[in-house]
Design a protein around this ligand. Structure first.
Ligand SMILES: Cc1cc2nc3c(=O)[nH]c(=O)nc-3n(C[C@H](O)[C@H](O)[C@H](O)COP(=O)(O)OP(=O)(O)OC[C@H]3O[C@@H](n4cnc5c(N)ncnc54)[C@H](O)[C@@H]3O)c2cc1C
Length: 247
């Protein structure tokens, strides 16, 4: 998996502060210099004032201003299972790599057996991995070796069958039906800062699956570079709370 920030609102926290100050100014925020709009907020510098206001908004559940800045992330090599989970979030926008126009006809099934093209879950290779819905605990090396063999052989066989169906003239959009749900896909996702916090409430939580959790944590790391005061505050004070979109 790889996650990159493609594009994002420049100076997102200035936008958040301007939007929030609009609610309490008698003047038109479009005509007032930013420094003047921030008068009355605690802090000696404009940076301190921004920090005060953003912390106050987040602590009081005033999330509306966080809908204005938006970021676009490119996500590489997650499973179609992870894709099905993240695309349930209706206020994010997605582009998904097509399996109609992109076919896996040149992938060597031997490479698939070695881990290419299909995401390998840690439980297939790590004897100590305990999944949330797993009835047993750790397993011995022999058991995990058998898990790995069954997993790898199955995904290799399904890719071989897929390529055979392509050779038999089946269109990729139909031949793909035999591919595993772990097949890798690339995604572009655009999301505003409020929605990203909502997604993180649900998908960085302990009851989420390891893959979407890892993806969400990578997105949060990038978000902390992009919109630092907000996502540092989120990480420190809000993350792990019971998911709530509004007070
Ligand atoms: C651990 C975990 C397990 C899950 N298991 C399953 C499962 O087994 N089966 C399954 O189907 N899903 C499952 N989901 C998905 C989950 O049910 C949600 O569909 C998904 O997380 C989207 O989140 P959301 O409902 O907050 O909606 P989002 O689309 O993220 O929307 C954000 C918020 O906007 C509001 N909203 C959006 N659309 C509407 C609407 N039409 N009407 C009213 N309010 C709206 C709601 O307040 C919502 O919380 C699981 C999620 C998690 C985190």
């Amino acid at each position: 998996m790889d996650v990159k920030l493609l594009e994002a609102t420049p100076d997102p926290e200035r936008v958040i502060c301007s939007a929030a100050r609009n609610d309490y100014l008698s003047e038109f925020v479009g005509d007032v210099p930013f420094e003047e709009a921030m008068e009355g907020i605690d802090g000696d510098t404009i940076e301190e004032k921004r920090e005060t206001l953003i912390g106050h908004l987040l602590d009081h559940g005033h999330f509306g201003p966080f809908e204005h800045p938006q970021a676009t992330f490119a996500i590489k090599g997650v499973s179609r299972s992870c894709m099905a989970q993240i695309t349930r979030h209706r206020h994010a926008s997605f582009d998904i790599q097509s399996m109609r126009y992109v076919s896996f006809d040149d992938v060597d099934p031997a490479d698939v057996e070695e881990g290419a093209m299909v995401v390998t879950p840690p439980s297939a290779v790590d004897p100590d991995w305990i999944g949330r819905n797993q009835s047993s605990g750790s397993v011995d090396e022999e058991t995990v070796a058998e898990r790995k063999r069954v997993f790898r052989e199955t995904v290799r066989d399904s890719v071989e069958s897929y390529q055979r169906l392509l050779d038999l003239g089946m269109p990729p959009e139909d031949a793909r039906f035999v591919l595993p749900i772990g097949t890798e896909v690339n995604i572009v996702m655009s999301v505003n800062a409020r929605m990203l916090m909502h997604i993180a409430d649900m998908r960085a939580a302990a009851d989420s699956q390891w893959e979407i959790r890892e993806m969400t944590e990578s997105i949060l790391d990038l978000a902390a570079d992009w919109c630092p005061t907000t996502f540092e505050h989120y990480e420190k004070h809000l993350k792990g709370r019971k998911n709530r979109l509004a007070p």
